[in-house]
Design a protein around this ligand. Structure first.
Ligand SMILES: O=P(O)(O)OC[C@H]1O[C@](O)(CO)[C@@H](O)[C@@H]1O
Length: 450
């Protein structure tokens, strides 16, 4: 199975500190490589992977002001789709833009929808709903207007998160500093419970940081440590009493929530978006509805079993489980896309579909036969691969076996019967100017389709 994995180029894959989509792409890519899958990762040129790396953008555009995001996004996406036919599947993690390139290739395109940044992007997903396949990252994030191949929760690399059985004493906020993530609410909870709060993450909303967060930072009770890399994150999470997650939006998935539980640290969150799918209320944390409830829940965290938090993540959110789920979806999509079309007599697979010819691999079950038919806009050439056939051409029966072939010019009445005990397989090359299934005039049919 040859997979093209299309990562965003905002950050390096894997990201140095922040970059959740790139992080998931990296975990999945490396997991697939461990399972001996043939993966080409399309990401920034400085990305690190054991897969084959292809990139046109030197660094993440969030990490280098000289990089024009739009220009490199176009070049990056085109690079994948111009080579699309070389892969069995293109797995897109780049949001909606690559969907508009999907007509450039016959290769199926699977998109993991990492969340809807706004309802305004839905029309693109709706337009490509039948041509492309979608994976949701939580049940909560599903749009009723789309069909999904599966819901696959993210998995994390448990090796990066050390389980700490002993309870810490501070509260932790870890995420983007933005009103959506509720940094200010965490400060209020810390102040009302008399606990220390450590804040870690990139500042995404400067005004919010300067007005709602910074005035409270005193370096002892409320501490801001900036954006943290993997090692510091592991230490901060494992040493915390609880992770606070008072989100003000329907978060499609919360990687930091899962990571915290992996260290044994329970999470107290607002019960929005995917939180009820990720946290087991009163077991691995608390689902609350407002700051007052969150304040009340803080004392109860001490009664939770940190081992149960770790176990929950091991069972449900490992990278291995995520890889297995994706491999299943890949197999299903690839199988379907091979364009097997099932008929009462057997099935066929389209091997090529070009403006001037179409090629099918046709399988006829033992004892079955196609309708007696003719075409007006195509000629056919049949080459037998396997089995024994009786072909009727303009009323005359011809017996054929593997390696034999015959021509059926436009207007010839014809049919084929499997006269052997095994499946009959032949390759059909159609030439003409139209190859639709509606250019078939049936005169007789065993299945009542005349
Ligand atoms: O009408 P039927 O019996 O399903 O046969 C349809 C098949 O016959 C063919 O036209 C071959 O003559 C195929 O291209 C087509 O898929």
């Amino acid at each position: 199975m040859k997979i093209a994995m299309l990562s965003p180029i905002a950050w390096r894959t894997p990201p140095r500190h922040y970059g959740p989509w790139e992080n998931v792409v990296s975990l999945l890519t490396e997991g697939l490589v461990r399972r001996c899958m043939d993966v080409t990762l399309f990401a920034t040129q400085d990305s690190m992977t054991r897969a084959r790396l292809q990139g046109v953008c030197p660094r993440g555009y969030e990490e280098d002001d000289h990089i024009q995001p739009k220009v490199f996004e176009c070049l990056h996406i085109a690079n994948v789709f111009e080579q699309g036919d070389a892969f069995d599947l293109i797995h897109n993690h780049f949001d909606y833009l690559p969907l508009t390139y999907s007509g450039m290739t016959q290769t199926p395109v699977l998109t993991t929808i990492h969340g809807f940044s706004s309802p305004d992007i839905l029309p693109v997903y709706k337009k490509y709903n039948n041509r492309c396949s979608y994976v949701a990252i939580s049940e909560a994030d599903k749009s009723p207007d789309l069909t999904y191949a599966a819901t696959i929760h993210h998995g994390i690399d448990l090796g990066q998160f050390t389980f700490r059985p002993e309870q810490g004493d501070y509260l932790l906020f870890l995420g983007r500093i933005h009103p959506d993530k509720g940094t200010a609410q965490c400060i209020e909870v810390a102040q009302r419970t008399g606990r220390k709060l450590i804040i870690a993450g990139i500042i995404q909303d400067q005004t919010y940081f300067h007005t709602q967060v910074k005035p409270h930072v005193d370096g002892s009770r409320i501490v801001y440590v900036g954006s943290v890399g993997p090692q510091q994150r592991d230490k901060l999470m494992g040493g915390a009493y609880a992770l606070l997650h008072p989100i003000d939006f329907d978060e499609p998935f919360g990687l930091s929530v899962v990571e915290s539980m992996a260290c044994g640290t329970p999470v107290v969150a607002f019960a929005r978006g995917s939180m009820p799918e990720i946290i087991v209320h009163q077991k691995t944390g608390f689902l609350t509805n407002h700051v007052d409830e969150m304040v009340q829940a803080i004392d109860l965290v001490g009664d939770l079993d940190r081992g149960a938090c770790r176990q929950w993540v091991e069972e449900r959110f490992s990278v291995d489980r995520m890889v297995t789920d994706y491999m299943r979806v890949y197999e299903t999509i690839i199988r379907q896309s091979r364009r097997q079309d099932h008929r009462p007599w057997g099935f066929y697979e389209v091997l090529a579909d070009k403006p001037d010819h179409k090629v099918k691999r046709i399988t006829v079950y033992p004892g079955q036969r196609l309708s007696y038919q003719r075409h007006f806009r195509r000629s056919e050439h049949w080459y037998l691969m396997q089995g024994t056939a009786v072909i009727t051409r303009n009323g005359q029966d011809i017996r054929q076996g593997p390696g034999q072939s015959l021509d059926l010019p436009v207007g010839t009445w014809h049919r084929i019967r499997n006269a052997g005990p095994d499946n009959l397989v032949f390759i059909e090359v159609q030439t003409g100017d139209y190859f639709g299934e509606d250019d078939i005039e049936r005169r007789e049919d065993d299945y009542g389709r005349v």
